[in-house]
Design a protein around this ligand. Structure first.
Ligand code: C5P
Length: 371
């Protein structure tokens, strides 16, 4: 596998070398999050007092909505409610998109009664079924009745970069970012822990984004324990995904509990920390066998990427269909570019690919995109 900075190079077939609009993200990043009229530090004020005290005249708030990978994913049990207990190290990554939140007029004639979501990406619903809109509804429902935060609606613009049905938690990150934004505008009435608990009510993968970036998750995935990043944040990786996504319920339905790894998740976690890099033995995902049954091309690409020089481990993230090639920590100043066979073979012509990095956030701040 070649190691090179993301660039404007073209393949022999004339295809762009990167499916990811890095330059656009970098430009957004330079602008930074706009937090006009928003408290800049966490305050332990009660929900009611903070929500009542917050100004309702905040300017548009622009935030980076990241995504995640699972460094390992063990399924520990099937539950009577149809969900599965899991144990996994989730890590937030810098593949993401920009979201802008603008308050809609409140009170009097012309006041808003619902959020507006503007997103022109194909297949992304912009109505109340979108997880980001559900998150804003949820936030209002948690605010004291009659407070501005309980009746504040937003115009949300979403510039989608993270593919859907990818196991990258892109929609969940949008919901987490929406919860964070609504809480910022309201003057931070809720703690990150409260936002994580609320997020768990509408999806399994939302809470993890309220960690600092690396988390040991259990339950449905919503029980989040912050951990020190087990791998260097500079560890390069490459994400590849076929045009088709995988449905999480379908992958769980196809799971044969007999085909799972026997590895103790706490040992996997300790192993990653001790080794400081990925390995085939540590980066296990119990959802690979069912996903590979549904999409055999994922297993093939995983095995081919695993053989590339500079790749410590390749594995599927979440319920797929993204396969991650984790680079070698020693090459931390470089990015992973796809190998020539991936760029040139016809069968990968329409695949999404992107370099990415592990990221973390500072206390009281949200994630930032690539520099
Ligand atoms: O929570 P989320 O909406 O991602 O879950 C989608 C579906 O995936 C669930 O309805 C369930 O069928 C399956 N799932 C599961 N166990 C989990 C998470 C999801 O069985 N821990």
């Amino acid at each position: 596998m070649t190691l090179a900075a993301p660039s404007q190079q073209l393949t022999a077939a004339g295809r762009p070398l990167c499916h990811r609009p890095y330059a656009r993200l970098a430009a957004r990043r330079r602008n930074g999050p706009r937090l006009a009229s928003v408290a800049s530090r966490f305050s332990p004020t009660t929900v009611a007092a903070a929500a009542a005290a917050a100004s309702s005249s905040s300017g548009p708030l622009s935030l980076f909505s990241p995504s995640k990978i699972n460094l390992f994913l063990r399924i520990t049990a099937r539950r009577p409610d149809g969900f599965h207990e899991l144990a996994s190290i989730f890590h937030v990554i810098d593949l993401g998109e920009n979201m802008t939140f603008e308050e809609l007029p409140e009170g009097g004639a012309g006041s808003a009664a619902k959020d507006e979501l503007l997103c022109d990406a194909e297949g992304v619903p912009t109505d109340a079924t979108n997880l980001a809109v559900k998150a804003l509804d949820l936030f209002r429902s948690k605010m004291p009745a009659g407070s501005p935060a309980a009746t504040r609606f937003f115009r949300v613009t979403l510039e989608k970069n993270v593919p859907h049905g990818a196991g990258l938690g892109g929609g969940s990150a949008n919901a987490a970012t929406a919860l964070w934004a609504a809480n910022e505008v309201a003057g931070r009435p809720a703690s990150a822990a409260q936002l994580a608990a609320w997020g768990g009510e509408i999806g399994s993968d939302i809470s993890v984004f309220f960690s600092k970036g690396a988390a040991y998750c259990t339950g449905r995935g919503e029980l989040v324990e912050d951990v020190k990043p087990p791998l260097p944040l500079g560890t390069p990786m490459l994400l590849v995904k076929p045009p088709a996504g995988l449905s999480t319920p379908a992958v769980f339905r196809a799971l044969d509990l007999g085909s799972r790894s026997a590895a103790d998740p706490l040992r996997l976690s300790a192993g990653l920390r001790n080794l400081g890099r990925g390995s085939r033995e540590l980066c296990v995902n119990d959802l690979e066998p069912p996903a590979f049954l549904l999409m055999p091309e994922l297993e093939e690409v995983k095995e081919r990427l695993a053989k590339e020089r500079g790749v410590d481990a390749s594995f599927m993230t979440g319920s797929g269909s993204t396969v991650v090639a984790l680079g070698n920590g020693r090459e931390s100043s470089k990015s992973l570019s796809p190998p020539s066979w991936f760029l040139e073979e016809e069968k990968y012509k329409d695949w999404f690919w992107s370099p990415a990095r592990l990221i973390a956030r500072a206390e009281g701040e949200w994630y930032r995109g690539p520099e």
